[in-house]
Design a protein around this ligand. Structure first.
Ligand code: ATP
Length: 357
């Protein structure tokens, strides 16, 4: 079993609290993706689990065994870095074999394992090359091969695709999904790319300012973000976040009024007078002549199957992004109106937490 349990884990660098006391339970075989803005503590959490940083407090266990103070090599895990960290003077085969040689496996066993891993990652034709004769994607595959060749219980990946171009990222994303299905290894993957998070994760951990904000299946976080930080982290383009106030509350929900006077119903519970942030996803806005949201098109982005209109409302500080069908014709300056179903409106209190439903 390779479940990972983190209890009260914290890390301070002098006055900087990189990770506030954190609890996290990761199931055996789970694919966990950690997302959040730059500096939120994602890498610190991963490096603590890897044993590359000493915690200020708290404990880490793998498979029920306390490894808080175990050396990295004794934790039964392997890590893949953004920079690949391959040895330039060794061939691909030697790079992959390196951890097995360190572990003093027999020549025959090393050969068998390197061959098997190279086959599963399509690296067989490249085994005699040196890293400088490889493309970025091939180098990344070698670094993954080197990480999994010892059959770690847990695989840690720190932004493994961020140095690759868009096309390769998509291919490697599929590669990770396939690898996870094939190996069944517990994977903990740090990224700031929410598309990777949404498509790869069994569960996503959203972090902000050294704290875990929410843990859940991708669709849960998309449907019910528990805080503004999660609302910002999940969804592309991002949720429209609009300063608003609760102007009426009844048994069915509340009426929210945005700073430019637009009134919408939301099926959340709140008190009249409360200052909130209204959250509206671009893809949930529906064109409607009498719709509450209106604005002149300031920018129009045509993506092919769909388009995004950026609307400026008179007297408002914010713009609203609305998703439109790809074939809709729009002229700059044209005023568009939109409505939204009350169940799809989000509202966050002054403390940034979502209002209850
Ligand atoms: P990014 O996405 O930019 O990699 P991150 O979410 O991985 O960011 P961390 O690298 O975990 O963030 O850093 C969290 C905080 O801790 C940051 O404020 C960072 O400056 C600080 N920090 C990280 N490592 C150190 C260190 N060795 N010494 C001092 N401060 C550090």
């Amino acid at each position: 079993m390779a479940n990972v349990e983190v209890r009260g884990l914290a890390k301070r660098f002098g006055a900087v609290e990189a990770l506030s006391p954190t609890d996290l339970a990761i199931e055996d075989g789970e694919f966990i993706v950690i997302v959040g803005p730059s500096g939120c503590g994602k890498s610190t959490l991963l490096r603590l689990i890897a044993g590359l940083e000493e915690p200020s407090e708290g404990t880490i266990s793998i498979g029920g065994k306390d490894i808080t103070h175990a050396p990295p090599a004794d934790r039964g895990l392997a890590m893949v870095f953004q920079s690949y960290a391959l040895y330039p003077h060794l061939t691909v085969a030697e790079n992959i074999a390196f951890p097995l040689r360190v572990a003093r496996l027999s020549r025959a066993e090393v050969k068998d394992r390197v061959t098997a891993v190279a086959r599963s990652l399509d690296l067989e034709p490249l085994l005699a090359r040196r890293p400088r004769a490889l493309s970025g994607g091939q180098r990344q595959r070698v670094s993954i091969a080197r990480a999994i060749v010892r059959e770690p219980q847990v695989l840690l990946l720190d932004e493994p695709l961020s140095n690759l171009d868009t096309e390769l990222r998509v291919r490697m994303r599929h590669e990770f999904a396939r690898l996870h299905a094939q190996l069944g290894t517990t994977m903990i993957y740090v990224t700031h790319d929410q598309l990777e998070a949404m498509t790869l994760a069994n569960r996503i951990v959203v972090m902000s300012e050294g704290q875990v904000q929410q843990v859940g299946a991708p669709i849960e976080l998309y449907d019910r973000p528990a805080s503004l930080a999660v609302a910002r982290a999940i969804g592309s383009p991002g949720m429209n976040l609009i300063p608003a106030q609760v102007v009426a509350a009844d048994a069915d929900g509340v009426t929210l009024q945005s700073e430019d006077g637009a009134q919408v119903r939301a099926t959340v519970r709140g008190e009249a007078g409360a200052v909130v942030t209204m959250g509206v996803r671009p893809e949930h806005l529906v064109a409607s002549a009498a719709g509450a949201f209106q604005g002149a098109v300031e920018l129009f982005e045509r993506l092919g199957p769909l388009s995004f209109a950026h609307l400026g409302a008179p007297g408002a500080m914010h713009t609203i992004v609305a998703q439109l069908p790809g074939d809709q014709r729009v002229t700059l300056g044209e005023v568009l109106h939109f409505d939204i179903a009350p169940g799809l409106v989000h509202a966050f209190g002054a403390d940034g937490r979502a209002l209850p439903r």
